[in-house]
Ligand binder design. Structure first.
Ligand code: SF4
Length: 591
């Protein structure tokens, strides 16, 4: 164990010490017994971000339910804590038992977003573990899973095993395999070779040219493991609420949306299962809000009965129900009213593009009428604040599409003022956000270039100028270098491993935190590697070119993605595949 006395001395010197002490309600502290396998879930970002991550919570409890395993957690310490830890000689440690990370059998990183990659190296270094797989002959096996694992190449030198797809079954199979191998004669090489044979495991060191690893998915989500409780954070987390996952996957086929293609097919949990899960989680945590998680909540086949059942069941306990990813066209009057009764919050709509032409290109099957109708319902039910999300830099975008954004915002505004003054419940606030489009692997736009930085900056200014003329509209947007780096790493290849290590050595870490982002570190690292980040982000791939992420088979056919790209260029939509299969490659497997 680490020296607790030393830890106690440094904690008062750092910001939010609660991030580093564990002991939260519902955390699992198990006694280590000889022969148990120890798995450390390492979230490569701050405690308050990682605590809200559903996938980690599922696997943490699932692993701890095994008698032969212990699962613990660690998060990236902020630089103030890192400095103190270094001075006191404290390595990265787990929050449950204060065990040094290097003493675990596995360290599992979650890859939710590209901008956490330097924190993986940062955490390995804090643990005293060699960064590159080839330099590790002993110590924990380093695994990584999550959305970004679908393009593992930018991290291939640092990770021993990538887990591709749903983790519930995959992680358990990996642990079973480890239990078979461990013991006095444990051979790291033999274990990695055997792990390569598990479907969904990509072992870059042993990968042969032309091999593809198929993603894993749980066939029956209703039977998949889901915890009956969550850890209640000691310090405010990003989402201070309970979460139930109502469905996984999406059939809509928005052409920019990576998750929509990666997590096919759609699988739902039963209403009864969800009500039971919600009840036990609220009992176990005391959270005052429960969030229904999915890519498109309104598409859950029994969304209103579910929302009403939960609201009715939880209202008397003062628990509110939130649906973060409700599509505008699934917005219903009765529902809006009901939700507003429970919690006076704002409403969020994501039309993504300002004109019907561009919404057709991206296959966002939402019309202006849908947006305005939903806004009316929101305002009539008492909302005064709405959020509208758009993207700029989408393929084929012109200034007309930007004018369309301003136009749509203006119409939403008019809807509010068309309601009789005495019925409005306050003054209107419309928060408009326009993020920069990032082309992602396994989408129909995977071959597309990102708009040049100057062009994105110009578009932001253009839009800002237009929206500033509308009273009550708040447009807070500026170009972020993160969009550029995100594009580089999302579609990056193995050359980025050296760039990543070099940027980290020059001080890059916590890249998604504005105050910690180091432009210089990244610029120097790219220059040293002879690479130009602008060029990488602005490059379009040829359709017949081998793509870095072709090492993974996400089960959606590449020819289908190409066909979808062609359809996009014709400004034509593709139907939701619940209304009839559109032939994405999953075939009968999705039934
Ligand atoms: S195979 Fe057909 S129904 Fe299944 S996810 Fe693909 S397009 Fe949808």
């Amino acid at each position: 164990l680490i020296d607790i006395k030393k830890l106690e001395k440094i904690l008062p010197k750092v910001e939010r010490p609660a991030r580093y002490i564990g002991g939260e309600k519902n955390s699992v502290v198990k006694e280590y017994k000889e022969g148990m396998t120890r798995f450390l879930f390492a979230f490569p970002d701050a405690y308050e971000i990682g605590m809200s991550h559903l996938g980690t919570a599922i696997l943490y409890y699932e692993t701890n339910e095994r008698e032969d395993c212990i699962a613990e957690r660690t998060y990236a310490p902020f630089p103030d804590m890192q400095a103190e830890m270094k001075a006191a000689g404290i390595p990265l440690y787990s929050l449950e038992s204060y065990t040094p990370a290097a003493e675990f059998d596995f360290i599992g990183f979650n890859l939710s977003y590209e901008m956490c990659y330097t924190n993986i190296l940062y955490m390995l270094e804090l643990a005293g573990i060699p960064l590159r797989s080839k330099d590790r002959t002993e110590g924990p096996i380093i695994v990584a899973g999550g959305t970004c694992a679908f393009n593992p190449e930018p991290l291939r030198d640092f990770i021993d095993i990538f887990l591709i797809g749903d983790g519930e079954e995959l992680n358990m199979e990996l642990l079973d395999l480890y239990n078979e191998h461990k013991g006095e004669n444990f051979s790291r090489q033999a274990f990695l070779e055997a792990a390569k044979n598990i479907e969904g495991c990509y072992v870059p060191m042993l990968a042969k040219p032309g091999e593809r690893v198929r993603k894993r998915y749980v066939k029956d989500l209703d039977k998949a493991y889901f915890p009956s409780k969550f850890i209640v954070p000691l310090t405010a987390a990003v989402h201070d609420r309970a979460t139930i996952e109502i469905m996984r996957g999406c059939t809509r086929g928005c052409r920019f949306c990576q998750a929509g293609f990666l997590y096919r097919p759609v699988r739902e949990r039963k209403l009864k299962t969800l009500c039971e899960q919600a009840d036990s989680i609220i009992n176990a945590t005391g959270f005052e809000e429960i969030s229904l998680n999915s890519l498109s909540s309104g598409d859950y086949s029994a969304i209103q009965p579910l929302a009403f059942a939960l609201i009715d069941g939880l209202e008397s306990r003062h628990v509110s129900v939130s649906l973060p990813s409700l599509r505008v066209d699934s917005f219903d009057e009765e529902y809006a009213k009901k939700m507003q009764d429970v919690k006076k919050s704002g409403f969020t709509f994501a039309p993504e593009a300002g004109t019907q032409r561009l919404r057709d290109v991206i296959n966002k099957n939402v019309t202006e009428e849908d947006v305005l109708k939903s806004a009316r319902m929101a305002f009539e039910s008492g909302a005064t604040t709405v959020k509208l999300y758009f993207m700029i830099g989408l393929p084929t975008e012109t200034d007309e599409d930007l004018d369309g954004i301003a136009d749509l915002v203006s119409k939403v505004r008019s809807v509010f003022y068309s309601i009789p003054k005495e019925e409005r419940r306050g003054s209107l606030k419309i928060n408009v956000s326009a993020s920069s489009f990032v082309p992602k692997p396994f989408t129909p736009f995977q071959w597309c270039a990102q708009n040049p930085e100057e062009e994105l900056r110009r578009k932001q200014r253009y839009l800002k100028d237009k929206l500033s003329k509308l009273k009550g509209v708040n447009f807070s947007s500026h170009f972020s270098p993160l969009s550029l780096l995100e594009a580089v790493f999302a579609r990056g290849d193995k050359r980025l491993n050296n760039v990543l290590e070099s940027a980290f050595k020059k001080g890059a870490k916590f890249d998604s935190w504005h105050e910690h982002f180091s432009t210089e570190a990244w610029q120097e690292a790219f220059a040293e590697a002879g690479l130009d980040m602008h060029e990488l982000a602005e490059t379009s791939y040829d359709f017949d070119e081998e793509l870095p992420w072709d090492v993974i088979d996400c089960l959606v056919d590449k020819r289908y993605l190409k066909k979808e790209y062609d359809t996009a260029m014709k400004e034509t939509t593709t139907r939701d595949c619940r209304q009839g299969c559109t032939g994405c490659g999953f075939g009968g497997r999705c039934k």
